[in-house]
Every structure is written in C-alpha cells, then in structure tokens.
Design a protein around this ligand. Structure first.
Ligand code: ADP
Ligand code: MG
Length: 252
C-alpha cells in the first residue's frame, strides 16, 4: 500500500530572476526511497531543500506553487519552520558532525527540545546510534570527538543525529558521494533498513545506487521532472528518450 506523504504541485522556484524550478509536480510515497537523478545544475538540491524550507535562508529565493507534507501546506504562514526541520531531517554530501563528543552530537537536538534527564538522553543516544547502524562501532567511545571518526562513520553519526529528533522524512543530498565503496555500501544497507520507519528522498549521481536502493526515481533536466516512475520502469523501460539517454550514460 503506497500513500503519498509529500505532494508537490506546480512548483516554481526563482533565484532572483533565474527560474531554477519550472513547474514540478510529484508525489513521494511514505516508507519508500525516492531517488532524484539528473545532470548537475538541473534542480535536484533546490527541490529537496524546499521540503524543509532550507531555501528560506537564501536571499532572493522565491517560490510559487504548493508543497504539502502529511496534507499540510508547508509554506503556510502558520507553519513552525523549526518543527518542520525536525520532522524533515537532512544529511549533506560531506559529513558535518559538530566538533563535540559522539554523545553530544546525538544529544544536541533532544537537548534543544528541552530534554535534560540523563537516562532519557542516554536512551535516545543509544537508539539513534543503533538505528544508524553505528552503535557497535562507537559504544565504548561515546566521549570521543565525532570528527575523529572515519568519513563513513561520521556520515552515520550525522544520520543518527537526524534520527535523534524523530523525523518522518530524511533528505539525503549525495550523502555517499564523498565516501569509499565500503562505507557507501553500509549507508545503502542502512537506507534500506530505515525505510521501514522513515520516508527517504535521496539525490544521487550514482545510477547503480539508485537502481539498487530506490523504489521510485525522478529524472530531472533543467528545472523540470522529465519522468518519474518505479525504479524498475525508469531503468528498464523509460518512456522518454532523454531518460534513456541519461541512464545509459549518453549525457550528463
Ligand atoms: N543560491 C543560489 N543562487 C542562485 N542560483 C542558484 C543557487 N543555488 C542553485 N542555483 C542554480 O539553480 C540551478 C539548480 O541548482 P541545484 O538545485 O543545485 O542543481 P543540482 O542539485 O541538480 O545539481 C543551477 O543552475 C544553479 O546554478
Ligand atoms: Mg545538488
């Protein structure tokens, strides 16, 4: 049973006069992995950042159209943006843990939400690290600086940090492109596990990755979604010539 959790209707986004998104329509299903693919500069990051209103921070950025998450228009003036960013977490390309202990990285969000009780925090830290498949590697060194870990471990710390505030949706913008193949494989396994509880939207340049772990794929080209469908359809019988050219490596 698939059910859309994010619906995008006729989304246009302008950076000053430049129209970066030219009327995006899409449904993103709950508890699925949706991959955004397409050449550089076609609007994948711009779209993903709309989902937790990260674009609000960019001067000259203006949007038209509608994005609903869980049935609510997230650009409605009544929306609490801090709360939205809790519900819609984000993991970036380069791992960016704080220069703090592993424990404090994960406890950071919950503490900001007013949780002070030590045993409650301990439990959240452990659960988040377990859910991010890194507990066994760090459980004996929770006081160590998170930046001393390997890149792949740091990225899983960043995922654990997002999970600590119990999001519904996890956005990943090329979150494995700075990692070695083994670390990438671990994150892919993790994503496959997390989709039971979360909805994941990932931007990836890696076609094999999109084919391996996503349920649906949106192919972007110059600010538009050319085609969005089940992963198997996109890779085996795309309806558009441009999609076929891209996935077979003829451009991009
Ligand atoms: N902050 C910004 N100000 C102006 N233009 C931007 C900004 N961010 C992105 N763009 C432009 O918007 C288009 C889409 O960019 P982006 O969403 O980053 O593409 P992708 O993630 O697919 O590589 C590009 O032409 C890019 O140059
Ligand atoms: Mg990008």
């Amino acid at each position: 049973m698939t059910k859309p959790i994010i619906t995008v209707r006729d989304l246009h986004l302008f950076y000053d006069d430049f129209e970066a998104l030219k009327g995006i329509d899409m449904d993103i299903n709950e508890n699925e992995v949706t991959a955004f693919i397409g050449p550089s500069g076609c609007g994948k990051s711009t779209t993903i950042m709309c989902f937790n209103r990260m674009n609000d921070l960019i001067e000259g950025c203006r949007i038209e159209g509608e994005i609903k998450i869980g049935g609510k228009n997230i650009y409605d003036p009544s929306i609490d943006v801090t709360r939205l960013r809790t519900e819609v977490g984000m993991v970036f390309q380069n791992p960016n843990p704080f220069s703090k202990s592993i424990y404090d990285n994960i406890a950071y969000g919950p503490r900001n939400h007013g949780i002070k009780d030590k045993s409650t925090l301990d439990e959240i830290v452990e659960t988040s690290l377990r859910d991010a498949s890194i507990w066994d590697e760090v459980k004996d060194k929770l006081n160590q600086n998170a930046q001393s870990l390997s890149g792949g471990q740091q990225q899983r710390i960043c995922i654990a940090r997002s999970l600590s505030v119990k999001p519904k949706i996890l956005l990943m913008d090329e979150s494995t492109s700075a990692l070695d193949p083994i670390s990438t494989g671990k994150i892919e396994e993790l994503v496959d596990k997390l989709k039971q509880e979360y909805t994941i939207v990932m931007v990836t340049h890696n076609m094999q990755q999109a084919a391996r772990i996503s349920d649906r794929v949106a192919f972007f080209l110059t600010g538009e979604v050319v085609e969005m469908d089940e992963t198997e359809v996109i890779f085996n019988r795309p309806k558009h010539k441009k999609t076929e050219e891209y996935i077979t490596g003829r451009f991009g």
